[in-house]
Design a protein around this ligand. Structure first.
Ligand code: FE2
Length: 194
């Protein structure tokens, strides 16, 4: 199968984010989709030609996870943004779980902010352990280091500089503040209830 570029122009006009920032971000995302397809094709060629013991095959294998995760994380990120559903539903199952694990929604948000404020480039992934139901805010370095096996991503925050530098310069905390105001909780709760 081939991975298709999804259109996220619905995000134009999102409070706190310029259209130009999104335009650049969409181009970067499209690169991950196209490279995922390209690497898949290359791996097929190497397999068909019996060249799977080559160092090139190994490098493409390693690279594949990075490009694929770059694609999927961007899709999850764009899809968990919206201007009109920025408050978690009162009494929702996810809200109850957050209270149980973190003590309160405010505590969960503080933990998310602290994780997002970490130095370096990567992602914060708020995720659910599918085995135990536990929930975590996890730091993912680049796209591929730090994911917890067997978890479902519920909310994803892009913390590469391209996600905010254009609008916020180096004020990452201001970007995170704006992000918190445009979380698509309907989508996040849908992921949780799936
Ligand atoms: Fe990004």
């Amino acid at each position: 199968m081939r991975y298709e570029v999804k259109n996220y122009e619905i995000l134009f006009g999102l409070p706190g984010f310029s259209d130009d920032l999104f335009k650049d971000h969409f181009v970067l995302y499209q690169g991950y989709v196209s490279n995922t397809n390209k690497l898949k094709d290359q791996l097929t060629v190497y397999r068909n030609e019996g060249m799977t013991n080559s160092s090139e095959y190994a490098e493409i294998k390693r690279r594949f996870g990075w490009e694929y995760n770059g694609m999927r994380l961007h899709e999850l990120y764009f899809e968990n943004l919206a201007s009109n559903s920025s408050i978690i539903s009162a009494g929702s199952e996810l809200g109850k779980k957050i209270d149980e694990v973190f003590g309160s929604f405010e505590n969960w948000q503080k933990d998310l902010e602290a994780t997002a404020a970490m130095r370096g480039i990567g992602w914060v992934v708020f995720c659910r352990d599918n085995n135990t139901g536990d929930i975590f805010n996890v730091w993912v370095n680049e796209h591929d280091v730090g994911h917890l096996v067997g978890t479902t991503p519920l909310l994803v925050v892009d913390l590469f500089e391209h996600a905010y530098l254009r609008d916020y310069r180096i004020k990452k905390a201001d970007y995170i503040n704006s992000f918190l105001r445009v979380i698509n909780w309907v989508e996040v709760e849908k992921r949780y209830n799936k």
